[in-house]
Design a protein around this ligand. Structure first.
Ligand code: AGP
Length: 611
């Protein structure tokens, strides 16, 4: 999951590249680098380990500035290390001869290519990217033609790539080609720019296109052209984006994560309200016909991480409420098993970015078995949306923080609406029941607002967590699905080993890990299992654990508990939202109090485009 940027035009390439890399940094921040072609056709490469800020320092020192100040053409890269450690040598861009290359993706056959092209003594880094650069250079030495070089090289490569390519003796062009990994392109007055995602394109306009796979992009300052691998020229398919530049700004919050947690009521309204017509759920705005669900006998939800956790909530809703069998399969598992799906299976692919390669690969596999692939995605025009039969866009707005919060909540909103629609089509809900469901769905936004208003109280709940090394979340039924997400949030931003455990299962071995140093968060929102979960909470308390109860409704022995937080009480299936937002805040404040970089946790990246 790296970020790439390419620019050619009237602005100073160095500044454009550095500013854009700062916007792309959430895709990976192990190292960063830029390459510019100055007026003497001299390639100047500057790279550094760590964040883009380190690179900026290197690009401003005297002699570096001298060489790159006037360059109007260049490429830049921010890296999440896959092949090769976090070192300056492994940082992109990589140069081989007259080729300078940046890459997002993985070349699966790079070791075979080293042997085939006898590159052993030619490489200085451990990366697959440098191998690709050497092969580009090999063919460029033969052809002296960029397009032919790209065609020949691509046929050698197996794997995923978004390449930005400079040919040192073509200072007026930036080339690119992709397979799976994303590239979007914008062409404006006297300038052209390519990037891994549209966030970096904001300063350049609002008309962009997605570079089609296996098409050679040739960017000049006054033109952009597309050529397929057979040499046919093609027209770009332009899209327009309505920028809300505030989305790329923290608006006074210390971290994007807090801003995005606080934005959730608005994000929920933007996702729910356009799909409510005269008090009923209406998915025509998504172009989803009722016929999609006719004859459907099984649902398979695929996703990764937080997106997969949202799928677990949907499983609970649909199976309990509609008696339709639902499988939730981790996308990276789905693609390596014979999927048990038929043309009667509705496949729901959930993804905030719409670019997660495991989920994309799962969508491509599912499409071989069913025409009922519905994507629930936040980023408009992303690859998964273009490869699904139907799309429900969530309207969270841009999510910058690596830890997903508002995107998860609006994924749940979309899934609840889908459940309500299905309940009506399957005649499980009559008119009155659906209207009541819709009222509840609109009302839960108030629960989230209440939690957000109470955020300082919740902040105080985290005091026992800040010093912890290990902690457990326990819950049953729907609460178990929720604590999987709650524990992931805490893990990824605070680095505390947080384990979500079925409350009833704990005593079958894992309770051996409970000590006085192991805080436990017990989630008790489901009435029918509340008493049982409380017993499990008593079992860990008896072994010295400090327990934080997140509870719906009354607690007759409240005085006996270390810490109790009362959630706004509602029917079991609607407790999801207030509970998950409370756990988001617990994770956020724990990381904040630990003084960590909440938006860019170590080892992580926002979009996982490597398998
Ligand atoms: C969530 O906080 C993580 N950043 C991660 O689990 C994420 O949800 C997962 O990588 C899936 O990403 P997607 O929704 O963009 O497909």
């Amino acid at each position: 999951m790296c970020g790439i940027i390419g620019y050619i035009g009237k602005r100073q390439a160095k500044k454009v590249l550095l500013d854009s890399l700062a916007k792309l940094e959430y895709r990976g921040y192990d190292s960063a680098g830029i390459a510019v072609l100055n007026k003497e056709s001299h390639v100047v490469i500057t790279k550094s380990i760590g964040k883009v800020a380190n690179l900026e320092v290197m690009c401003t020192d005297a002699d570096a500035t001298e060489e790159i100040e006037d360059a109007g053409c260049g490429i830049g890269h921010t890296r999440w290390a896959t092949h090769g450690g976090v070192t300056n040598t492994n940082a992109h861009p990589h140069q081989q001869g007259r080729i300078v290359l940046i890459h997002n993706g993985i070349i699966e056959n790079f070791r075979e290519l080293i042997v085939k092209f006898h590159l052993e003594n030619q490489l200085v880094s451990e990366t697959d990217t440098e191998v690709a650069a050497a092969i580009f250079n090999y063919y460029y030495e033969q052809t002296n033609n960029p397009e032919e070089t790209i065609q020949k090289t691509i046929h050698e490569l197996q794997g995923t790539f978004a390449f930005g390519i400079l040919f040192a003796d073509h200072k007026d062009c930036v080339y690119a080609i992709r397979n799976v990994s994303p590239i979007v392109v914008m062409h404006g007055e006297g300038e052209s720019v390519l990037a891994s995602d549209i966030m970096a394109l904001a300063p350049f306009g609002n008309r962009y296109f997605v570079l089609p796979e296996y098409h050679i992009l040739k960017m000049k300052k006054d033109t952009v052209s597309l050529m397929d691998l057979q040499g046919n020229m093609c027209e770009p398919d332009y899209l327009t984006i309505d920028w809300d530049v505030n989305q790329a700004d923290k608006q006074g919050y210390p971290f994007f994560m807090e801003k995005e947690i606080m934005e959730q009521p608005d994000a929920m309204r933007r996702t729910i309200l356009p799909r409510i017509k005269e008090g009923m759920i209406d998915l025509t705005v998504d172009g989803i016909p009722d016929s999609l669900f006719e004859g459907m006998d099984h649902i398979c939800v695929i996703g990764c991480g937080t997106a997969m956790h949202a799928g677990l909530v949907a499983k609970h809703l649909i199976q309990q409420g509609l008696k339709i069998p639902v499988d939730v399969i981790i996308a990276s598992e789905f693609i390596y098993e014979e999927p048990l799906i038929t043309d009667k299976t509705l496949v729901i692919a959930i993804s905030q970015s719409g670019e997660t390669i495991d989920t994309l690969a799962a969508v491509r596999l599912a499409a071989k078995y069913t025409k009922r692939v519905l994507a629930i995605v936040n980023v408009v025009g992303s690859t998964i949306t273009r490869e699904s039969n139907y799309v429900m866009y969530t309207n969270a707005g841009t999510e910058i923080a690596v830890a997903s919060t508002k995107a998860y909540t609006v994924q749940l909103c979309a899934l609840y609406l889908l459940f309500g629609k299905l309940a009506t089509i399957k005649k499980c809900y009559n008119y009155a029941k659906q209207r009541e469901f819709v009222l509840q769905i609109c009302d839960i936004i108030k629960d989230v607002e209440k939690i957000l208003q109470d955020k300082e109280t919740i902040h105080r709940l985290t005091q026992k967590l800040v010093q912890a090394k290990d902690t457990f979340y326990i819950g049953r039924g729907l609460d178990h699905s929720l604590i999987l997400e709650g524990s992931l949030k805490l893990k990824e931003v605070s680095y505390i080993h947080a384990e979500a455990y079925s409350a009833g299962e704990l005593k079958h071995g894992t309770i051996a890990l409970i000590t006085e140093e192991t805080p436990v968060i017990a989630v008790m929102t489901q009435k029918k299992v509340k008493a049982k979960t409380k017993s499990n909470a008593m079992e860990v308390r008896a072994r010295g654990a400090s327990v934080l109860l997140l509870v719906a409704g009354e607690l007759e022995d409240e005085a006996d508990w270390d810490t109790v937080y009362h959630l706004p009480e509602r029917e079991d299936i609607f407790m999801t939202f207030s509970t998950s937002v409370t756990m988001q805040l617990i994770a956020y404040y724990t990381a904040l109090d630990k003084g960590l970089d909440v938006d860019k946790p170590r080892n992580l990246a926002k979009v996982v485009t490597v398998e």
